[in-house]
Design a binder for this molecule. Structure first.
Ligand SMILES: Cc1cc2nc3c(=O)[nH]c(=O)nc-3n(C[C@H](O)[C@H](O)[C@H](O)COP(=O)(O)O)c2cc1C
Length: 183
């Protein structure tokens, strides 16, 4: 049976490279993974006052993540960190305290940038934020995708062969790792 992966995209931009990478991964993933791509449009800011009656968009987000077997974060880098919308989604998903929707789920982190360093600062921030509220984070292979600005055609299809090779290797390793952990 396929394992479902909540692929959480850390950019709201229509032409987001992070979203295009998530879509490319869905195409390249082995049949043992089923992708649920989650974008964060309309997810309310976390406000602890609302926890007594959580907004419907928080509940929907939490339930979507909870329904999946694994989680994959695809993040851009904003000022050497992850984006604000992704941090907000992590805050929403991490609560109520002790009931994180991410808890126990095998987790992957993919950062990207049109720049040279591949958003490594964003990935490192996630590696610092997630451990108390997620499941195990896949350590190898690591993936920081640089130079993504010329990797897609005007329909959003991945055309850069070198990037496709890296994504395929990553998602195959992730699938095998999830399979091992879920046995
Ligand atoms: C507020 C802001 C901060 C940024 N900071 C960084 C950065 O620290 N490192 C980097 O490589 N790119 C940075 N960028 C450029 C982003 O990598 C680029 O806009 C990218 O396309 C965003 O990801 P997306 O295509 O998924 O929306 C920044 C962009 C914005 C809007």
């Amino acid at each position: 049976m396929a394992h479902t992966v909540a692929v959480i995209v850390g950019s709201l931009r229509k032409e987001s490279f992070s979203l295009k990478i998530a879509n490319a991964l869905a195409r390249l993933a082995p049949a043992s993974l089923k992708f649920e791509i989650i974008t964060l449009h309309g997810l309310s800011f976390y406000n602890q006052d609302l926890e007594a009656t959580p907004p419907a968009d928080w509940v929907a987000f939490r339930e979507k993540v909870q329904a999946c077997d694994a989680v994959l974060f695809v993040t851009p880098e904003y000022n050497r960190s992850t984006s604000g919308v992704l941090k907000n989604a992590i805050d929403v998903g991490s609560r109520p305290s002790g009931k994180s929707s991410f808890n126990g789920k095998p987790t992957g982190i993919i950062s990207n940038s049109p720049g040279a360093i591949g958003g490594m600062g964003a990935a490192m921030q996630l590696k610092s934020i997630l451990p108390g509220i997620s499941g195990p984070i896949m350590q190898q292979p690591e993936i920081y995708l640089n130079g993504v600005g010329d990797a897609f055609d005007d329909k959003g299809t991945l055309t850069k062969e070198a990037l496709e090779k890296v994504l395929k290797a990553y998602i195959e390793a992730f699938a095998a790792w999830v399979e091992r952990l879920k046995k």
